[in-house]
Design a protein around this ligand. Structure first.
Ligand SMILES: [Zn+2]
Length: 460
């Protein structure tokens, strides 16, 4: 019996030894200095100020996006990274135009609602479209109403965020259909325009924008998001007067695709220069904000991660590559082009890490790779302060590195961030530099650098 127990125990001990390595004081010291340098010097935060304030909005195809490309190239060249280069990518070019308005009349008085065109909406005529409004909470409700209930009307999707979830991102997922697919469904039954309650956890009246779709063979109708308070007001108005007539004026316009760029900076590996560790974020932002959280933060987290290596004079074994992707918000052309080029050029990425979840406090990393790798990296948690990075969870990555992951099998990480406040500002005019806290943001920079260091040193 005793021998049998030994036989069973020995292999178990061997297995568990493989995934736990001795505490490496050198690693711990490097990581402590990463956090110290980031928090003490706030270099990435200062970069974010320049990107947000000197350049501002950076929607694909805009002047701001072109300036941001040059800016990030110059910053990385100024740091003396081993190579800095641009990668050409053709991007969609849409502009919001000059007028956006939504209103109804009550007792002869004009009641204005706050509205933002969804990203990619077509325009209404200058005078707008005026029609009865029909309120729904799902696409299925539009199907049920059919042509009889929808034709010639404005469809109003009013599904609210469910505040009961701890992960408020779940609500974003549940309400996303009204922005992304609402115009198609409404137009299928002859609606003249469609509007939706902003995908927002706030209780204010800042409307939200974001990508939307049209479908070939279905009329393209104007589509816009109302502020939360405006949505509530309109719902009450419709309840009191189901025949309420609403006017929607939007002026979005499409232009031919424009030439733009992904921006890439590298520190060459000392032992395996052909092996690439990618850290990235997206340089483009929505046009109504400075894109400080989304995703200026991810860009300066990535540049900052390489900068922290440089400051400590650490020569990585593998090549570290910071990538500012273009066009995540309305096309994902940058991420798609990047994967295409990586395959064409036979590049070997050992991992890709993205920060695109805001500049709030980082909590962990999501990981898409093998279960063995996920088990191995759990051991690295001992090097992190639990108030920042406390988990590596299964699943996650980033939109821009998704094509590389799917097409080449490159494992990917996404920086997971405390998202409680994110959907109050996401894709609104409130996403500005002042909404970013320097210490919270710099924790992200150091967390990215630390993960890169661990992968470079121990492998995946
Ligand atoms: Zn983003």
């Amino acid at each position: 019996m005793k021998n049998l127990i030994k036989l069973i125990l020995i292999p178990i001990l061997i297995v568990s030894c493989e995934t736990t390595t001795p505490y490496d004081q050198e690693t711990a010291d490097v990581i402590t200095r990463f956090y110290g340098d980031a928090l003490g010097e706030r270099e990435s935060y200062n970069l974010l100020r320049d990107l947000s304030k000197d350049i501002g909005q950076r929607l694909s195809g805009s002047e701001g996006a072109a300036k941001a490309v040059l800016w990030s190239k110059e910053i990385m060249e100024g740091y003396g990274f081993d190579s800095v280069f641009l990668q050409e990518v053709m991007v969609p070019h849409w502009e919001r135009g000059t007028y956006e308005e939504c209103f109804y009349y009550e007792g002869g008085k004009k009641i204005n609602l706050s509205i933002l065109g969804a990203g990619g909406t077509v325009s209404t005529p200058f005078e707008g479209v005026t029609a009865e409004v029909v309120e729904v909470k799902s696409l299925e409700e539009v199907d049920v109403l059919g042509r009889e209930g929808v034709e010639g009307k404005i469809v109003f999707y009013s599904k609210a965020f469910n505040q009961r979830y701890i992960n408020i991102g779940t609500s974003y997922g549940e309400t996303g259909f009204q922005r992304r697919l609402g115009a198609i469904k409404a137009a299928e039954y002859g609606a003249v325009a469609s509007i939706f309650r902003s995908l927002s956890s706030s209780n204010d009246d800042y409307p939200h924008t974001g990508s939307m779709s049209y479908k070939e063979g279905v009329d393209s109708i104007a589509h816009g998001g109302l502020g939360v308070l405006s949505s509530i007001k309109l719902s009450e108005k419709i309840k009191a007067d189901p025949k309420t007539k609403l006017t929607v004026r939007l002026s979005g316009k499409w232009f031919p695709d424009a030439l733009s760029h992904n921006v890439i900076g590298e520190i060459k590996g000392s032992e395996n220069p052909d092996n690439i560790i990618l850290v990235g974020g997206h340089l483009d932002s929505w046009d109504v904000s400075e894109g400080a959280h989304d995703d200026g933060a991810g860009c300066v987290h990535s540049i900052g991660a390489l900068r922290l290596f440089q400051k400590q004079g650490i020569k990585p074994k593998n090549t570290l590559r910071a990538v500012m992707f273009m066009n995540e918000e309305n096309g994902l052309r940058g991420g798609t082009q990047y994967a295409e080029n990586a395959i064409k050029n036979n590049e070997k990425h050992i991992v890709a890490i993205e920060s695109d979840a805001s500049a709030y406090i980082p909590r962990g990393f999501g990981f898409s790779g093998s279960d063995e790798q996920l088990e191995k990296i759990q051991d690295w948690l001992k090097y992190f302060d639990k108030n920042t990075i406390s988990y590596f969870s299964k699943g996650g990555g980033g939109a821009d590195i998704g094509p590389l992951h799917r097409r080449t099998g490159t494992p990917m990480f996404g920086l997971s961030i405390d998202g409680q406040k994110y959907f109050e500002i996401h894709h609104t005019a409130k996403d500005v530099f002042e909404a970013v806290h320097p210490r919270e943001m710099e924790l992200g920079t150091a967390s990215m650098a630390s993960l890169v260091y661990l992968i470079d040193k121990y492998g995946l």
